[in-house]
Design a protein around this ligand. Sequence first.
Ligand SMILES: Nc1ncnc2c1ncn2[C@@H]1O[C@H](COP(=O)(O)OP(=O)(O)OP(=O)(O)O)[C@@H](O)[C@H]1O
Ligand SMILES: [Mg+2]
Length: 579
Amino acid sequence: MAVFIRLLRLAKPHLPKFFLAMICMLVVGAITSGLAFLVKPALDEIFIKKNSEMLLWIPFVIVVLYFFKGFCNYAQTMIMSYIGQRIIADLRNRLYWQIQKQSLHFFAEHPTGVLMSRITNDVSSIQGAVSEAVTSLFKDTFTLIFLVFVVFYRDWQLASIAMLVFPLTIFPIAKFGEKMRKVAVRTQVTMGALNTILQETLSGIRIVKAFCREDYESQRFAQRNEHLFRLTLKTVAVSALSSPFMEFLGGIGIAAIIFYGGHQVIKGTSTPGTFFSFLTALIMLYEPVKRLTNVNNTIQQGIAGAERVFAIIDREPDIKDKPKAYELPKIREGIELRNVSFSYNKQPVLRNINLKIKVGEVVAFAGMSGGGKTTLVSLIPRFYDVTEGQILIDGHDIRDVTITSLRRQIAIVTQQTILFNDTVRNNIAYGDFEKSEEEIIEAAKAANAHDFIMKLPCGYDTVIGEQGAMLSGGERQRISIARALLKNAPILILDEATSSLDTEAEIEVQKALENLMQGRTTLVIAHRLSTIRGADRIVVMVNGEIVEEGTHDELMNLKGEYYKLYMMQFRENGSTISL
Ligand SMILES: Nc1ncnc2c1ncn2[C@@H]1O[C@H](COP(=O)(O)OP(=O)(O)OP(=O)(O)O)[C@@H](O)[C@H]1O
Ligand SMILES: [Mg+2]
């Protein structure tokens, strides 16, 4: 209930419009019952008493009433839809903004597909509750009240009997509704499963083909699809049965009323007009009552959706600015990791790291896969916060400064190349679309990307496909290097930035990078040790700990972990060459 009230509160700014809609609904309800009311004079005056004056008046009034009813119905629908859609659009924006603000932990917890269904499906079900259910709640209630008035006014005795019998018909309607809802929930779940298979297998089609799993995937899909087919038929079966069943019940009711009412007309205690006016109002009652019994379902669905949406909106991002966060001044001394430990869940990934990086220094990280290198460099832009210890830039704990001022000083090339389905130009200028054409080209040249970009069908205006699908792995990397270079930040983080390049291209890019590293504080990660030979210092990480530190020569003399790694690569390369 609290959730529903919160939903209604979203409608608060639209209150004046809502009142206008209410007035329209009132008019619709009044006219509907007015039409039932008019059946009596129409029958008694025109058909029985053959009053020719009424023959002109009544049809005229009916036309006028229908006109107003139509107009008010239209106005009411438009206003309520406006309110509903406005609330939904605002909610969607808020939800998306809130999702954008979340930390990477949040994204590890919530798969993309689930977040997408929050923004699309859940928000839509809220719309149902807000505009449809609220409309029905008011419009149908008004209509109901007016019609009940007509029914009692025409024949209170018969009305009392009908009111006793009426709840009996509501019971099966509610039953059918419940059944429908259960099937609907299962359909939703199956639909979700179908979507997941679709998303995974279509974006991973390359692997499906490589492992010859087309048949398997098709079968998996067919299975779910069959399930969906059966569920859909079930929905149809329930709804197809409900309407004839209700009509049959209604038929019995009408037969009984005709028997009783007809008896009274024959006896002369009532007129045909009174009776038919009563009957019309009673039949007209069916629709609003049916809708009102369904309102609960729609509201329940909306509330369920709203709960899931609010859960995200209410979630405070676990990485955010402190209330007193200040701007981090441009780095002048260096970065320090002091007793840093970190774990994603429970398992520690980094243990007691102590490291000082002077401004302008190039520090390389080497070590076995899974050693924690990517994790370590992710802590510097606060993709994650340390579990223990602190990270300082010029003595400022990075949790005390604003995230924007911190990240503005860091340019990063991530291990997984991430590009958007946009032009080459916009991908390179992603950090700042105000950059000039010359600057973009300069960055592309430095990243050794300009030449291949010029060979693309539309040069810098070529749209490169989802995740840069149109480009080779090395080309993608060079674009992401250009993107980082264009940012021109004092701290540069390169996580396997050149791993997909051939040796020749790497040497080229390396040269450009070396120029750029001048005066910048750089953290480089590379498995290919030849890449990092020239670094000022090499840090070797094993199982989340720093085991060795020094220049290439120092580490080689040490004959420890680094020496082992280096000799292994050297031998590998040697054997490749000898092949
Ligand atoms: N998002 C995550 N959630 C949980 N555990 C993670 C996550 N990312 C990495 N890990 C774990 O943390 C450890 C360190 O991973 P990390 O990516 O830092 O290694 P790495 O040294 O960069 O390895 P590589 O050289 O293969 O890139 C690994 O054991 C990995 O399983
Ligand atoms: Mg890594």
